[in-house]
Design a protein around this ligand. Structure first.
Ligand code: HEM
Length: 137
């Protein structure tokens, strides 16, 4: 679990992310699909062209869910069911998406994304991923 100072670092950067969840989420997804094209198989029903409405909308959902998780990890319970039972996303993909989210945040918030904020977000995303993949076992 995150320490109080890690939690503050996550929440502080979240306040910058919140006004632009769709754009930042879309960028993280596009980085995922470009860098790790095998992940596109889960989204074969999406329009995956650059800047598509599907990608914008889904990016917004993913980052908003992170905002809810930053408030309280318990908010991920339904999403955990969805990813484990319905979507059956291979757990390894969560590391890939976490990476492209970190890259996106680093690019957009170079001064806020210092070493301790990077470390806190890395730990936060690993925790979210762990909750979203916990029901596979
Ligand atoms: C759906 C969040 C990781 C594949 C969703 C939804 C959210 C979400 C909020 C929408 C749920 C709804 O509409 O009720 C997250 C978060 C993740 C994560 C916070 C980790 C940080 C992944 C990964 C994959 C994935 C790694 C696969 C590479 C999907 C798919 C859907 C979905 C295929 C359904 C899309 C649709 O048909 O609308 N996710 N997700 N997710 N997620 Fe994830």
């Amino acid at each position: 679990t995150l320490t109080d100072s890690e939690k503050s670092a996550v929440v502080a950067l979240w306040s910058k992310i919140a006004p632009q969840t769709s754009a930042l989420g879309a960028e993280a997804l596009e980085r995922l699909f470009t860098g790790f094209p095998q992940t596109k198989t889960y989204f074969s029903h999406f329009d995956l062209s650059h800047g598509s409405a599907d990608i914008q909308k889904h990016g917004g959902k993913v980052l908003s869910a992170l905002g809810e998780a930053a408030k309280n990890m318990d908010n991920l319970s339904a999403l955990s069911d969805l990813h484990a039972y319905n979507l059956r996303v291979d757990p390894g993909n969560f590391k890939l998406l976490s990476h492209t989210i970190l890259v996106t945040l680093a690019v957009h918030f170079p001064s806020e994304f210092d070493a301790s904020t990077h470390a806190a977000w890395d730990k936060f995303l690993a925790e979210v991923s762990s909750v979203l993949t916990s029901k596979y076992r």
